[in-house]
Design a protein around this ligand. Structure first.
Ligand code: ZN
Length: 289
């Protein structure tokens, strides 16, 4: 009995902290983002979504930073903009949670990217709501990346435009060296959630996150299946940052909803967003201990 009781206390603390993250709220933020329609970089819909994210962040206790730049793409120069919320801490260290808000330019297809671009946008907005409720030990940066998607074929020079730009900027201004952990999320709204072990990621950080998932009773969503995915964590991994990508890369029958007009809100669930959000908040709590 006594042993059971001592085991129960830390677990209940974890649940209480993570419980502030609402999957229903994250899903509503996602729905709003998706309502702007296809959101490729430089589009009117992209600007409308930027305004929406900014207006939400103005209601939070955070500094709003913007990283605007011109990317060279197979379609010529395109104006892009990463949006960043900084929740100031006192330790000098930083934790980064990121995801992309752009959707892939798909001429002739009404691609709204509910999961691919929408879910990361909504999850980060809900994290902002929760994080603003109390002071932090570490700086927490929430980053909405622009230009994750390639305009043409994915290559070293097309795709992850926003994260490549911010990684260079943060390497130059010293921010990079303060980052103790970075977790990028992508396509984590799938109602049939299964996050793979992403092999380009930091394995030590990956193990910590899988352990947290187990502690919270979410093991079923964090798979043993592994695969290497290039995503917005890569520019940071290459510069030595302790970075992890959380991605569910099995979307619909035989992955058939990915980059198609079928990537719509009805494929998502509040529960999936809640699982990921609560795991991230528990990771932050442990990092700040
Ligand atoms: Zn995509």
């Amino acid at each position: 009995m006594h042993r059971a009781k001592t085991l129960l206390i830390p677990l209940l603390c974890s649940i209480a902290l993570g419980a502030e993250f609402s999957g229903a709220s994250a899903l509503e933020y996602t729905r709003k983002a998706v309502s702007f329609g296809p959101r490729p970089p430089g589009s009117e819909a992209s600007r409308k979504l930027q305004s929406y994210v900014r207006s939400e962040l103005k209601q939070r206790r955070c500094e709003i930073l913007e990283d605007a730049f011109t990317a060279s793409t197979p379609h010529g120069p395109v104006a892009m903009r990463n949006l960043i919320a900084r929740f100031k801490g006192t330790s000098g260290k930083a934790v980064v949670f990121s995801g992309h808000y752009d959707t892939k330019l798909m001429p002739g297809i009404h691609f709204v990217g509910a999961n691919d671009g929408g879910s990361s946008t909504g999850l980060l907005l809900e994290l902002a709501r929760v994080l603003s409720r109390k002071p932090r030990k570490h700086d927490v940066y929430l980053v909405w990346f622009d230009g994750e998607e390639a305009f043409g074929e994915w290559s070293d020079t097309d795709g992850i435009h926003g994260s490549r730009h911010l990684a260079r900027r943060w390497a130059a201004d010293g921010t990079l060296h303060r980052i103790v952990a970075m977790v990028n999320v992508d396509m984590i709204g799938d109602r049939d959630l299964g996050i793979l072990r992403e092999l380009n990621s930091s394995e030590p950080l990956r193990r910590i996150v899988w352990q947290i998932a187990a502690d919270l009773g979410y093991s079923g969503y964090f798979l043993d299946a592994a695969g290497a995915i290039e995503d917005d964590h890569m520019p940071f991994v290459r510069l030595g940052v302790n970075a992890l990508n959380l991605i569910d890369f099995d979307y619909g029958p035989d992955h058939s909803w990915w980059h198609t007009s079928s990537d719509t809100m009805d494929k998502l669930s509040a529960q999936s967003l809640e699982v990921v959000g609560r795991v991230l908040l528990e990771l932050l709590r442990r990092l700040e201990q």
